[in-house]
Design a protein around this ligand. Structure first.
Ligand code: G3H
Ligand code: ZN
Length: 283
């Protein structure tokens, strides 16, 4: 069942975070939906700006939307734009029908971040969509390397003192934070900064989003959910599952030439990883 974003949020609590799974194509999307169906659990399926550049906005939007409409039965699923880096791409996603968008202006100084995020949110709200903002920077692989070279992660983590102003001025519906979460199969050396999460959670009522969900130990994930995290983004874990499924395919039968048969184990590996993540995100 394709639902709007606020309906999905209704399923979240201090005992359950909703997984937001990144997809790049039909097969990943099919694997994600199959896993959520088996687990009978609500999910978000999301695409980054890079995927829009890779597949085309209309193509990827319609693949996900129709796959959800045709195959999700009565399990609630929705669609979200992840890491929209420009106001233009965010507006295009809203125009085509994304129920929720992420305006990621976290690389800019806070005044510009507020300005861009506010513009995105007002546009989204006018069209009945929801809008995520990001305060603090979430490192990727390159960032991790910087950290290992001595850069202080505390400097780029979300500052709890800026939260109330950011939320009030931007009118965001959900907030992505940086508390030691890192994109890729990583977490900061000291793990998640749960004290910082506590301070953030005390200041705002809107749902808090944890990016970089792959590679975070399950006990920390569960503590983060108890501490206020309501959505957790997962990408790398699915990429690894897809790759491992493909390897299995060729190991089992290297003469395969039908792409549907070659890709089947990859879809199944994704579906199993989705079930695993759903279980990890439930206390
Ligand atoms: O926005 C996407 C995510 O934050 C995914 O992070 O690749 O570490 O799971 P991940
Ligand atoms: Zn992310």
């Amino acid at each position: 069942m394709f639902v709007n974003f606020s309906k999905i949020l209704d399923f979240s609590s201090n005992k359950r975070a909703i997984p937001a799974f990144n997809t790049i194509n039909l097969e990943t999307t099919q694997g994600i939906i199959a896993g959520a169906l088996k687990a009978q659990a609500p999910i978000i399926i999301q695409t980054s700006e890079n995927v829009i550049n890779y597949a085309g906005l209309s193509t990827i939007y319609n693949i996900i939307k129709t796959q959800i409409e045709d195959n999700s039965e009565d399990v609630a699923m929705t669609l979200h734009l992840d890491h929209g880096k420009s106001i233009e791409v965010v507006k295009k996603a809203i125009d085509i029908g994304y129920p929720s968008v992420h305006m990621d202006a976290s690389a800019f100084p806070i005044e510009d971040n507020i300005k861009m995020t506010r513009e995105a949110c007002l546009y989204a709200h006018e069209k009945g969509a929801m809008c995520q903002g990001e305060l603090g920077s979430i490192l990727g692989k390159e960032g991790l390397i910087k950290m290992q070279q001595g850069e202080d992660i505390n400097k780029i983590m979300t500052n709890p003192e800026q939260i109330e102003e950011f939320v009030a001025k931007t009118e965001i519906d959900t907030l992505a934070i940086s508390i030691g979460n890192i994109h890729g199969f990583f977490v900061a050396d000291n793990g998640l900064d749960l004290e910082r999460l506590k301070k953030i959670h005390e200041k705002i009522k809107i749902p808090i989003v944890l990016h970089g969900g792959s590679g975070i130990p399950e006990d920390q994930i569960k503590e983060a959910i108890a501490g206020g995290i309501r959505i957790i983004n997962i990408d790398t874990n699915l990429r690894i599952a897809f790759r491992d499924g493909l390897k299995e395919s060729f190991n089992l039968n290297s003469d395969l030439i039908d792409p549907r048969k070659i890709l089947q184990p990859a879809k199944e590996a994704i579906s199993e990883k989705v079930i695993d993540m759903i279980n990890q995100f439930t206390i």
